[in-house]
Every structure is written in structure tokens, then in C-alpha cells.
Design a protein around this ligand. Structure first.
Ligand SMILES: Cc1cc2nc3c(=O)[nH]c(=O)nc-3n(C[C@H](O)[C@H](O)[C@H](O)COP(=O)(O)OP(=O)(O)OC[C@H]3O[C@@H](n4cnc5c(N)ncnc54)[C@H](O)[C@@H]3O)c2cc1C
Length: 389
């Protein structure tokens, strides 16, 4: 990181608040990382620019493979989610149906509730959550010793006169966050190549089919539409590579008969590739901030959790061995995400193209993805951490 650009000359901090780790952003990736770090004994603070419960644009599908990465004592049952057993692929008037009734494929959640639960979980493990506090600047000190011993001095709207001083920093602030930009790990606009929009429509209790996740292939837009239902709501939307106007048109065409007065909301989908370099010194990027949305499905939660787990492993390894956390994290990130991305992107293009002539195959592949059985998928490899140290 360029130290000189960020330091403000002559401004001596009056008071320092010291933590081992600061996590920027309390979405799913940040909350999971903070909970694991706090549980491992690191004093951990989370800065979140909003206040939970806050709205989040998302389809709200939490796949079984994502759930498998979450801690067992996280109380998902409190979410009143829909449990999905079937995938249905709808193309014009044709339905292709996969029934997995023996094992759930995932849950349909409301993100504001899920993210709040995750934030509360992180606090229950000892992390300190500071809400309505956006990160503004990062300074670095102690560089003339070793980078492993340097500190990050953080400025936010609320740190006037006080400095938040941390040894490790994680950017979990999503696709539009500024940690990556402040750290020089991403240039403005870089890495954001797709868009998604979603809308939640209230339905009468028990009217919607909560057990079926419906997908609508949009091969020419490089994406998909979806309709997922909870006990008294339906989330429908579209995501893809193309511009927002085309996606909006596709959404109107797919869901024209749905009762829906709210304005659909867009959010970037960083699904054209994990960052070249997601970490420097002891500063690590995770989740959407590191460009980890799956190119086949637009699913982001699985890779958010996976990167959070790997980043905490890297910090623990740094603590043990006196090395920089980026040494381990950049290696694990390359092995787990970058080296597998080309296969994943080719697989995604192949399946979306094939869906034009054989839509039923897409339904099978989506169900496989939810259970982490898709042939070209990333596979978490936590054992590789031992090779590296
Ligand atoms: C339309 C759409 C539908 C999707 N559907 C699905 C789906 O069904 N299933 C799925 O698995 N994935 C889905 N995704 C992807 C998923 O939403 C993301 O991958 C996931 O939210 C990433 O989590 P995160 O914690 O990395 O970032 P986020 O969830 O974006 O959280 C980032 C947090 O950082 C905070 N923040 C931002 N800037 C700052 C700052 N400067 N200081 C402090 N805090 C800050 C934000 O307020 C936010 O709380 C979808 C995405 C879109 C756009």
C-alpha cells in the first residue's frame, strides 16, 4: 500500500483504540470472518456503514453447500425460511423439473434477517460491531520494522480525534466497497461486470410453493431469472452480463403478471473473475469485495463464506509464524479460486449455451451446484494451508 498518499501530515491521533483485527462490512462474509476470528481469540471489531436490519438486494437463496460452511450453532431455524427440495426450469411454456425430495437443496431467506442473524452471531462470539460507521481512509504505520509488525490506522466518520489501530484488516465491504480501492488492490470499475435486480413481493401465507426454486434461462443475456418463495413472500429477479435496461426488459417479460408496485433494485454482480491479488501485507479482501460471485449461477454466498474461512486461517497462520497474512491468503486464494476460475467460466458458458437446445440439462446442473456436485466447481481445499506453512 502507498503509505505516503494516505497519511495526513501533522495530525497526531489523540487516542488509540487497538484491536487485533478490523473487518470492514458486516454482510455475510464479514460477519462469518469476525465470528471465527473472535472465537480463535483475536480481538475483533467490525465497521458497518449501515445499521442492521438493513435491506440487501439478493435472490435470498442459501444453498445447501453454503449452509455446510456455516457454524453448526448458528440458529437458521429462527429465519422462517422456505426449504427447497425441487428445481424447476421454465422456458416459455415448458417446465423441466428435478425432484430431490430426500435432501434439501437450500433455504429461501430474507437477506435483511439473515444478515442480522449473522451480525448477532459474530457479536455473540465476542466481536464488537460498530454500525453506521463507514471506513473513510487507511493509513499504515511501523513499516520500517517488518510488514508483519505494522499497524493499520483506520479513519471513519466516527473516529474523529481517536484512531482505530489494528494489526490485521479484512475488506468485506462488497462489490461497491472502498477497502480494495484504498488498498490499491482494485481500480474503480474494475471487476464489476454483471448486474442483478430483484424484487420481493408479499404473498398470502402458504400460497406460494416454498419447496421449488424456479429458474428461467436467459442465455442471450448471459444469465438467468429466478423466483424463490418463502412462507409469505416471493423474491423474483434476473441477473446477467448485460446492461441494466436489457435485464429490466427481461424481468418485465418474465414476471409481467406478478402483482408488483415496488421499483426493482439493481446491484453489481462481480462474476467475471476473482481479483488477481486479493491481499497485501496484513490486509485481505473477502466475498464480493474480492470478486467471488459464481459465473454459472450468480451465487455469491458460498464463495463469501469460503473466502472468510480461508482469510481467518491465513491470519491465524500469520500469528503463529510471524509472517504476513497475505503470503498464505494469496496462495490459498490462487489455489481455491483463481486456478479454478477458467474451468468454471467455460463450464458456465457451455451450460448456458446448451440450455438453448437442452434446457433439462440446466435444471440438473443447478441442482448439482446447490449440493456442490457440479463437475467444474471450485472445491474448498483447507488442507493446502498446511503445505504452505
Ligand atoms: C440481484 C442479486 C441476487 C443475488 N442472489 C443471490 C442468491 O440467491 N444466493 C447467493 O448465494 N448469492 C446471491 N447474490 C450474491 C450475494 O448477494 C453476494 O455475493 C453476497 O451478498 C456477498 O456478501 P459480502 O458479505 O461479501 O458483501 P455484502 O453482502 O455486499 O456486504 C457488504 C457490507 O459492507 C457494508 N459496507 C460497504 N461499504 C462500507 C464501508 N466503507 N465501511 C463499512 N461498511 C461498508 C455494506 O453496508 C454491507 O453490509 C445475489 C446478488 C445480486 C446482486
Amino acid at each position: 500500500m502507498e503509505r505516503s498518499k494516505k497519511l495526513k501530515a501533522g495530525k497526531e491521533p489523540q487516542r488509540e483504540i487497538v484491536f487485533d483485527l478490523a473487518v470492514i462490512g458486516c454482510g455475510p462474509s464479514g460477519a462469518l470472518a469476525a465470528s471465527l476470528a473472535a472465537e480463535a481469540g483475536l480481538s475483533t471489531v467490525i465497521l458497518e456503514s449501515k445499521k442492521h436490519p438493513r435491506p440487501k438486494i439478493c435472490g435470498g437463496f442459501l444453498s445447501t453447500r453454503s449452509i455446510d460452511l456455516l457454524p453448526e450453532d448458528l440458529s437458521l431455524s429462527s429465519l422462517q425460511a422456505g426449504t427447497v427440495y425441487q428445481v424447476s426450469l421454465i422456458k416459455k411454456r415448458n417446465f423441466y423439473y428435478i425432484d430431490n425430495s430426500k435432501k434439501p437443496l437450500g433455504l429461501v431467506i430474507k437477506r435483511e434477517k439473515f444478515d442480522q442473524l449473522m451480525a448477532e452471531y459474530a457479536c455473540s462470539k465476542g466481536a464488537i460491531l460498530r454500525e453506521k460507521e463507514a471506513l473513510k481512509a487507511i493509513n499504515i504505520t511501523g513499516e520500517n520494522e517488518t510488514r508483519a509488525k505494522s499497524y493499520y490506522l483506520l479513519e471513519s466518520e466516527k473516529t474523529e480525534g481517536k484512531t482505530l489501530k489494528v494489526r490485521y484488516l479484512m475488506g468485506a465491504d462488497g462489490a461497491m466497497g472502498n477497502t480494495a480501492l484504498l488498498a490499491g488492490l482494485r481500480k474503480p470499475g474494475e471487476g464489476i461486470k454483471g448486474w442483478g435486480l430483484s424484487q420481493i413481493v408479499k404473498t398470502k401465507p402458504k400460497v406460494a410453493d416454498t419447496s421449488t426454486a424456479k429458474f428461467y434461462p436467459l442465455p442471450f443475456l448471459g444469465g438467468m431469472g429466478w423466483s424463490f418463495s418463502g412462507p409469505d413472500w416471493t423474491n423474483h429477479g434476473v441477473g446477467g452480463l448485460f446492461g441494466r435496461n436489457m435485464l429490466l426488459k427481461a424481468k418485465r417479460k418474465l414476471f409481467h403478471n406478478q402483482y408488483d408496485h415496488s421499483t426493482p433494485l439493481f446491484w453489481p454482480l462481480p462474476f467475471l473473475g476473482p481479483l488477481q491479488k486479493p491481499a497485501t501485507g496484513n490486509l485481505l479482501l473477502i466475498g464480493d469485495a474480492a470478486g467471488l460471485v459464481d459465473p454459472f449461477s450468480g451465487e455469491g454466498l458460498y464463495n463469501s463464506f469460503k473466502s472468510a474461512i480461508l482469510a481467518v486461517q491465513a491470519v491465524i497462520a500469520a500469528e503463529k509464524n510471524g509472517i504476513e497474512a497475505s503470503n498464505t491468503y494469496n496462495y490459498l486464494f490462487r489455489k481455491n479460486f483463481r486456478e479454478k476460475f477458467a474451468a468454471s467460466l467455460c463450464g458456465a458458458l457451455l451450460l448456458h449455451t446448451r440450455s438453448i437446445v437442452k434446457p433439462s440439462s440446466l435444471a440438473h446442473q443447478i441442482a448439482d451446484l446447490m449440493e456442490n456436485k457440479l463437475w467444474f466447481n471450485y472445491n474448498i481445499d483447507l488442507s493446502s494451508i498446511h503445505e504452505n506453512n
